[in-house]
Design a protein around this ligand. Structure first.
Ligand code: SAM
Length: 222
């Protein structure tokens, strides 16, 4: 069952790139080729990060095609899994792919605060969503504010995002950032490691960030 929570504002347009046809290429092109050769952060590294931080009671925000949840190792046979995304095509694809876990599915904009009457989670994933969101890290911080009530004390939020500002990168990556920002597939020209750290520290007491290629991998606890 999918629960839709309607948006009062017009949501960011970048997610509309994720049409059913585009989704066909996402895993091998975006997560395969681009992560390895353009952003220099292979997906195997992100998968390892998932395996380290995922719990048996997990919420995944901006779930995409469900690639990492499909491949990662849960520590129980039947985890409690909730998928949240703004884009219905993504949710449909991820739900089908992860059907074996009977996930609960929410279509909503995580930048907006909606009271969700669901029990809090032991882990929340934010994989490659922040660089898609509009505005600066100060604007994107709304996500952290909105998820704090959804995280159990002692629970972990973890994720990845591509940074632009202050990050050494190849000419190919610069070119790809230019293109993806132009078409609003990404909006990260102002995103830096410092800004990410400051935003996380406003909402969480323990924060860890590491950088690999153009990506920042982070986890945080309340
Ligand atoms: C680049 S994809 C990442 C997908 C997946 N997490 C991964 O790592 O492969 C970004 C995802 O975030 C979703 N998204 C973008 N803006 C959103 C928002 N405001 N609220 C919820 N989901 C959003 C998109 O629809 C898309 O599924």
């Amino acid at each position: 069952m999918k629960i839709s929570i309607t948006s009062s504002r017009s949501p960011w347009s970048g997610h509309s790139w994720f049409t059913k046809a585009f989704l066909w290429t996402y895993d091998w092109f975006a997560l395969g080729f681009c992560c390895q050769f353009v952003w220099q952060c292979p997906s195997s590294y992100i998968l390892k990060f998932y395996n380290e931080h995922i719990s048996a009671n997990h919420l995944d925000i901006g779930v995409g095609t469900g690639f990492f949840l499909d491949k990662c190792r849960f520590h129980v046979q039947l985890p409690s899994l909730v998928l949240l995304d703004l884009n219905p095509n993504m949710l449909e694809k991820a739900q089908k792919r992860l059907n074996r876990y009977h996930p609960q599915v929410y279509q909503m904009n995580i930048m907006e605060s909606h009271p969700l009457s669901i029990p809090a989670f032991d882990s929340i994933g934010l994989s490659y969503i922040l660089h898609c969101l509009p505005g600066t890290m100060a604007t994107k911080e709304a996500v952290f504010q909105n998820i704090v009530p959804l995280l159990k004390p002692g629970g972990t939020v973890f994720g990845t995002t591509f940074l632009y500002k202050g990050v050494k990168r190849s000419p190919l990556a610069t070119c790809a950032f230019w293109f993806t920002n132009l078409f609003r597939f990404m909006e990260n020209k102002e995103d830096s490691l410092d800004a990410l750290e400051q935003s996380l520290k406003k909402h969480f007491s323990e924060v860890y960030i590491e950088r690999r290629g153009c990506a920042a991998l982070f986890w945080a606890r309340r």
